[in-house]
Design a protein around this ligand. Structure first.
Ligand code: G3P
Length: 214
């Protein structure tokens, strides 16, 4: 499974990149608003660090506006992926951009049929939001499983990018369910390498060594 960082913080991107496991980055209007920086400038900085796909989201909700913003986003760097909402206008923009060879990430996916439609329209990535479904009492992971089944039934090439990941258990179950990619905040990536028995074992190894050799 590929791992993307879900952040618009340049420090977070550099930290994840330095770990050697960063495959891409996703951003959204909420994440860039937290940074209070110019979106295009920050995307260029992120693309300077991460050479994998970097998702740049449009703010427009109409087809023409999405196409205008997409044209600006793709000028930033060759690894920019245009992030579009999973709406009717987003679907149209997805198809029009796919026809021009532009990669897209269809976000805010909450049902399998949205994923089916965007795959038909040539989406490069689809982003089902696990945590937000859990928030409203649904099973977010079930959405990953059903999209996987439908895509496999028809050999659909769109990559399932599990999003709205809140903790390592989400990440583990995405890998078990066969998500192609998971995008997570830096703290979730870091938490993958933490276990109390690793810490305790390391402490004991070092103490034993010190006792024997000083
Ligand atoms: O990639 C989408 C993600 O940023 C949403 O996460 O935690 O706001 O639901 P969350």
């Amino acid at each position: 499974m590929e791992i993307y960082l879900d952040s618009a913080s340049l420090d977070d991107v550099k930290a994840a990149h330095d770990l050697g496991i960063l495959d891409g980055v996703t951003t959204n209007p909420t994440l860039i608003a937290k940074e209070k920086v110019d979106y295009a400038k920050r995307l260029a900085e992120i693309c300077g660090v991460c050479k994998g796909p970097v998702s740049a989201e449009v703010i427009s909700t109409d087809f023409a506006g999405m196409m205008r913003e997409a044209a600006d986003h793709v000028k930033i760097a060759p690894n920019i992926v245009v992030k579009l909402p999973s709406t009717l206008d987003g679907l149209k923009a997805c198809k029009a951009l796919a026809d021009k060879g532009v990669r897209t990430n269809l976000t805010l996916c909450f049902q399998t049929l949205q994923a089916l439609m965007v795959a038909k329209a040539g989406a490069f990535l689809v982003s089902p939001f696990i945590g937000r479904l859990d928030d409203v009492g649904e099973d977010g992971m079930e959405l990953i499983r059903t999209i996987r089944t439908v895509y496999d039934n028809y050999g659909m090439k769109t990559k399932i990018l599990a999003a709205s990941i809140r903790h390592t258990n989400h990440l583990l179950h995405c890998a078990i369910a066969g998500a192609d990619v998971a995008t997570c905040p830096l703290n979730v990536i870091q938490a993958c390498m933490k276990h109390p028995l690793t810490d305790a074992g390391l402490e004991r190894f070092l103490a034993d060594y010190k006792k024997a050799f000083g």
